[in-house]
Design a protein around this ligand. Structure first.
Ligand SMILES: Nc1nc2c(ncn2[C@@H]2O[C@H](COP(=O)(O)OP(=O)(O)OP(=O)(O)O)[C@@H](O)[C@H]2O)c(=O)[nH]1
Length: 471
């Protein structure tokens, strides 16, 4: 399955994630409210009610949002507006929750990085990037503002903590203030401090808030990583499928024209000096008549059967692609001209012999015409020399021009040279064009023939050499 959710579907999914997170906050508020007798000592209950109302409103809004995107799938302007609102609102909400619940580095880090990662995968990255920066700025502000004497609302009600301070125990500004007040209150009231009561309070409070932060952060982190992994797996599968679509011809299951040419280029780039390189262009004879007489479906069936014959007759190293409608390109790396002619003749016979049985009453044979061209080492040397000369000539004429008219792309570094170094970049097209000329000749002399472009060229029989002149 290709990953083709529309932007609206992905935004709905993000709204759903937000809804789930907000619901977990709602449950926390509910839990603390139910156990206020125990936790009332560590939580500012008045602020909790405000937080609870805010969480409920955000939950209702995300619920409404998750269903809102489907109807506006087609309206891009509206979709972008709502995406931006969702991201802005969520960032503000999370920043406020972190501020009010006490900003643990665990919660802040996971909200900041995990949320942004997930959102970037699901919706437009521009909004998320801005929200991420805004979010980071708010967290920075929340952390620093209390040091400038501004009191920010905080749910954490820490009445007292251990003394001397445990160095592993990070204390926020508010907590430091709470300790100071507690110490002075206790000192004023009792005249002395009890270490036991201090430790007890510290442990119970710290445990409650640590648990709260773990509850807020870890499930979210696991969930985000899991979804991220699932999305990456979907993307990998989609990529494979897209590549398969691009590289494979759907009807015949052979390589597509584009992929066949790419592989031909690569094969040519790695060819050894002593190896010959042959191409065969094969075309079905009078294929139009098959379509006209028996219909397109039968025509398709013929193409599939011819493709099967090719695959069965040739080795795995041979590059076989569907070059056009009823035309196939066969690239035989490291194959001499004689062998290529022999292979072409065998293919012609195999296809001609294959009976295409459409049904009990209809069966027939098809024939093919083939053009063969072999690029030998000698020819490659000539092509390289001729190409080098032409490049030098071009360079000289470029240098002869005034400097101001010389374009950047005419510099030697940008010249389109093939990977096979010194072969012209359109060498594959030239080889195919030679084979095509031989194929045309095969059609002209009555079809169901194999013709060699090399022989035609050697005889000076109507075609020029590969490089435009007789070699
Ligand atoms: N069924 C089917 N027909 C196709 C496909 N692709 C191309 N064709 C048909 O192939 C036919 C090619 O016809 P022509 O180019 O006239 O060639 P021809 O009839 O084979 O004649 P010659 O090549 O001269 O022997 C056209 O009728 C196209 O419609 C395909 O995928 N399926």
């Amino acid at each position: 399955m290709i990953f083709e959710w529309q932007a609206a579907d992905r935004t709905s999914l993000l709204a759903l994630f937000i809804l789930m997170e907000v619901f977990s906050h709602w449950l926390w508020c509910f839990f603390v409210w139910c156990r206020q007798d125990t936790y009332g000592a560590y939580v500012d209950m008045t602020l909790l009610y405000f937080l609870w109302i805010g969480v409920t409103l955000m939950g209702a809004f995300s619920f409404w949002m998750s269903g809102r995107f489907s109807p506006i799938k087609k309206d891009n302007g509206s979709l972008h507006k709502w995406q931006a609102i969702l991201v802005a609102l969520y960032s503000t909400y999370i920043a406020l929750v972190i501020l009010v619940m006490g900003h643990s580095s665990l919660v802040s880090g996971i909200s900041l990085v995990g949320g942004a990662m997930l959102a970037m995968m699901l919706i437009r990255r521009r909004y998320v990037w801005r929200a991420f920066l805004g979010h980071a700025a708010v967290i920075l502000a929340v952390t620093l503002i209390p040091y400038f004497g501004v009191a920010l609302p905080n749910l954490r009600q820490i009445t007292i903590t251990s003394f001397p301070l445990n160095t592993n125990n990070y204390l926020a500004y508010n907590e430091m203030k709470a300790i100071e007040s507690a110490i002075s209150a206790s000192a004023l009231k009792n005249g002395l401090l009890s270490w036991d009561s201090l430790s007890q309070l510290r442990f119970s409070s710290a445990f409650f808030w640590r648990s709260t932060h773990i509850y807020m952060a870890l499930p979210k982190a696991l969930f985000i990583v899991y979804i991220f992994r699932a999305l990456l797996a979907i993307l990998d599968d989609s990529k494979k499928e897209i590549l398969q679509h691009a590289n494979q011809d759907e009807l015949t299951q052979l390589k597509s024209r584009r992929y066949g040419l790419t592989q031909m280029k690569q094969a040519l780039a790695t060819i050894k000096d002593w190896q010959d390189f042959s191409v065969i262009l094969l075309d079905l004879d009078l294929f139009k008549e098959i379509n006209d007489n028996y219909g397109h479906e039968v025509g398709d069936r013929v193409l599939v059967e011819v493709a099967q014959t090719l695959s069965q007759s040739l080795t795995d190293e041979t590059i076989i692609s569907r070059y056009g409608g009823e035309e196939f390109l066969i690239v035989l790396t490291d194959t001499s001209h004689d062998s290529a002619m022999l292979i072409a003749e065998q293919l012609r016979l195999s296809i001609a012999k294959r009976v295409i049985a459409v049904n009990d009453n209809l069966s027939f044979n098809v024939t093919t015409s083939l053009g063969v061209y072999t690029l030998t080492y000698d020819e490659r040397t000539c092509i390289r020399k001729a190409h080098k000369k032409s490049v030098q000539k071009d360079d000289e004429s470029q240098f002869a021009k005034p400097q101001t008219f010389r374009s950047r792309s005419s510099k030697r570094g940008n010249r389109p040279l093939s990977t096979a170094a010194q072969l012209p970049h359109d060498i594959c097209q030239r080889l195919i064009s030679m084979a095509d000329k031989a194929l045309y000749e095969a059609k002209s002399c009555g079809r169901n023939h194999v013709v060699s472009a090399n022989e035609m060229s050697a005889e000076g029989n109507g075609i020029e050499s590969l490089y435009g002149t007789q070699l």
